[in-house]
Each structure stands twice: as C-alpha cells, then as structure tokens.
Design a protein around this ligand. Structure first.
Ligand code: PLP
Length: 417
C-alpha cells in the first residue's frame, strides 16, 4: 500500500441540510494546543462554555453542558437518563427524527406512544394536548425542527401543557437551534439537546444539552455510579441508567464542582463548541435568526423563481432549509452529482417517503450568506438547464437578490415613530 498524503479535502460549499461549512474561526479554534483535562485553563474553558450555552438556549439552568458525540449522543443521554424501563413516553412524530426519538425511547425500554401527522405538516398543539391527557406520559419528546421535512414544530405552548399534566418536556433542537427562536426557560423545557453542524456553524461531534432542575432531580433519583463503582444496596438493574457513557448523572458530576472523572472531555470539540456559541452571542441571537430568515427567504424565493415547487407547509418551515420537488424528467442524483463535481456545491437528498422526490437545500450558520445563496441558485439553474428542465433565465438569482435588497433596506431605514 502506498502511504496516503496528509488529508487535503476539496473546497466545498455545503448547502445541504447539514453538515454545513463551518465558520473559519471555529476551524481555527480546533487547531489550538491541547491541555490536560484538569488544567485550570481547561476547567475554566468548560465553565465559560456552559455560560455561553445558557445564552444560546435562553436559560438560567445550571445544568447546561456538552455531551461528547454527535447530536444523537445528546438525544440518547437525555432519553436514557430521564426514562426508566416501563415509563410512558409520548412522541409526536412529523418526520424522520420523531421516529428516531421513538426508537431510542424503545431501546430505553419505555412504553412508547406516538401520534403522527403526514410529512410536510406540524403537529397541532391540540393533538399534543389530547395525547398527553390520554397517555399521561412521564416524558414528552418532541423534535423542534425536523430536517427530513423542513418543518418547525411550535413549542411555545407545549411546556405549559406538560407542566400541567406532570410530564417532563424534552426537545431535539439540533436542526433549528441558532437559526430559529428557542427559549428553554420561557417555553418550559426540561431538557433540550442539539449539535453543532446545523445553524451553530461547527463540525458534528459535540452535543450541547440543557436540563431543568426538575430534570436534574429525576436524574439524581437514579442510583449513582462513581468512579466505576455502583452505589451499594439492593437496587435493581433498572435503577441504574442503562449506559455508562450516556449516564447524565456521571456527566453532571464531571462538569460540576466535584469534577469527578467520567470520560475525558473532547478538548478540540470543546474549543469548537465554545467558538460556535461565542460567535452567535457576539453577533446577537436575534441578529443571527434574522440572518437565517433572510437567507432562507431568499433561497425560497430563488427556487420558486426557478419555477420549482416547494414541499410542505411553507408557513411552518424552518428558516434554514427548504425542500424542493425535483422537476419531472430531471435525474435527482445525477443533478446533485453535477452540482458537486462541477461547482463544488453540495445539496441534500431525502429520506423515507420523500426519497427521490425532493432535494433539500440549507442556508445555515456560516452559509446563511448572500454570496452562498446566489452562487447555489446560479449553479442550480445551470444544472437544471443541462438536464433539460426549462427554467426562467436568471429567475432564481434575481428573486433571491430582491429578498436580500429588501432586507438591507428594511434594516437601514430609520425606525418610524
Ligand atoms: C441533523 C439532525 C440530527 C443529527 O444527529 P447526528 O447524530 O449529529 O447526526 C439529529 N436530530 C435532528 C432533528 C437533526 O436535524
């Protein structure tokens, strides 16, 4: 075997549903020197990261930290630590990631109840309430933004319903956090998890999580494991979290003042996660959401300007991703390959019932930018044309540029009295 050279990835503009191109300063942060896990610099960086993510999540929760691993690590840690075998879990499903929550709850040996709506819609809050009253769940697990369908589930009222009926409220906000409003405290979340590779503009591999006091109490009511030794007594196996790596009790002890060793915090990912949050708060939470909204509206107008049909209930779309129907006669995978090979631009395919029917185009984090949007639309027009679709010439770029112009005018015009 010839020895490969150092890794040298090609230049890509990642305009799919995630992962996306990271902010340059996030990549730079990861190339910093490593320090030991109990170096005061490291523990201080952990404390700073917790404080930054309180700002990102909109929470005062002390238990705001990172789970090492991709977004799914956060989901699994939350579920397996909050749910005991036999607990009832309610999962309203409106896309692929709702099915994932149900599947993980099943592996945690929960009694899982789902309600479903067709892909392209969100779950009416009345249906969530009806199911809570009927099922009396210990936990309601609800995705905020499901990238498989692009829909953004309204969460504002669900927390109060859960509190009224004694259920914990958990949300997977991986796809939406940063680009859409999220208010962990105001909306009554007990647990929420995310990843970096969507609107936060980092690589995958770290899962921010925040837990309410109520959630921490539930976790603390499980039997403890410390330094690999199980709490004594005649506890049954179900009293222990059925995972060592995802045992939030131990992870909280590591991030908390006792700093009890559990895993070794992934140092370079901590640097990245810290920088993602720092950038977001430096630009301003509202400003980042507004930038995502403008870029998303521009991409939406652009694909419509190319004569493409948008999938799903656009009124409930996330700001940061759009699903477009692949026009009749255009080979979806070949067109995506042409985007990648000829233009270095990645757009997304789809799963399940949408497979082969829609492309998903994201405008997230660093790529929620005018030049990224216009370049993508220009390339898409060229590729569609090559595969025989008749698209209005320049129609995508012009429609998108209009949206950016209008947004710039609105933000620079004086506020009316
Ligand atoms: C993208 C996404 C994930 C990704 O999980 P990973 O483990 O980071 O691949 C999880 N949940 C939702 C809702 C997503 O959109």
């Amino acid at each position: 075997m010839t020895l490969p050279g150092p890794i040298a990835p090609p230049a890509r503009l990642l305009m799919g549903p995630g992962p996306i191109s990271a902010y340059p300063s996030v990549l730079q942060s990861m190339s910093n020197a490593l320090v030991g896990q109990y170096d005061p610099f490291m523990t201080n960086a952990m404390v700073e990261t917790q404080q930054l993510y309180r700002g990102v999540w909109g929470t005062a929760n002390d238990a705001t930290l990172l789970v090492d691993g991709t977004s799914r690590a956060g989901i699994e840690a939350a579920m397996i630590s909050l749910v005991r075998p036999g607990d009832r879990v309610l999962v309203p499903v409106f896309g692929r990631f709702g099915h994932l929550l149900a599947e993980i709850a099943e592996r945690a040996l929960a009694e899982v109840h789902t309600i479903e709506v067709p892909w392209g819609q969100v779950v009416p809050v009345s249906a969530v309430e009806e199911a809570i009253v009927r099922v009396k769940p210990h936990l309601v697990a609800l995705v905020q933004g499901d990238t498989s369908t692009t829909m953004l589930q309204p969460l504002e009222e669900v927390g109060a319903l859960c509190a009224k009926h004694g259920a914990l409220f958990y949300s997977d906000a991986t796809a939406s956090l940063g680009g859409n409003a999220f208010e962990a405290d105001a909306w009554g979340l007990d647990a929420a998890t995310a990843g970096l590779q969507k609107c936060l503009g980092g690589p995958s591999g770290s899962a921010p999580i925040t837990l309410s006091e109520r959630a921490v109490d539930v976790i603390r009511s499980r039997k403890r494991v410390e330094a690999g030794i199980r709490e004594a007594g005649d506890a049954s196996a179900d009293d222990f979290v059925r995972s060592n790596y995802f045992d939030l009790g131990q992870i909280l002890d590591y991030w908390g003042p006792r700093r009890l060793n559990h895993h070794t915090e992934a140092t370079s990912m901590l640097y990245a996660a810290r920088e993602c949050a720092r950038l977001l708060l430096a630009e301003g939470r509202e400003a980042v959401i507004a930038r995502h909204r403008t870029a998303g509206d521009a991409m939406l107008a652009g694909v419509q300007g190319l004569g493409l049909t948008v999938f799903g209930d656009v009124a409930h779309k996330m700001t940061n991703v759009v699903a477009v129907e692949i026009p009749e006669g255009v080979p979806g995978d070949a067109a995506r390959s042409a985007m990648l090979e000829d233009f270095g631009i990645e757009i997304g395919t789809s799963f399940g019932p949408l497979h082969g029917k829609v492309w998903r185009i994201g405008t997230m984090g660093y790529n929620a930018r005018k030049d990224a949007v216009l370049t993508t639309l220009s390339a898409l027009e060229s590729v569609l044309h090559r595969f025989g679709a008749s698209t209005p010439r320049g129609g995508g770029v012009e429609a998108a540029a209009d949206v950016f112009r209008a947004a710039a005018t609105a933000s620079s015009s004086p506020v009316s009295p």
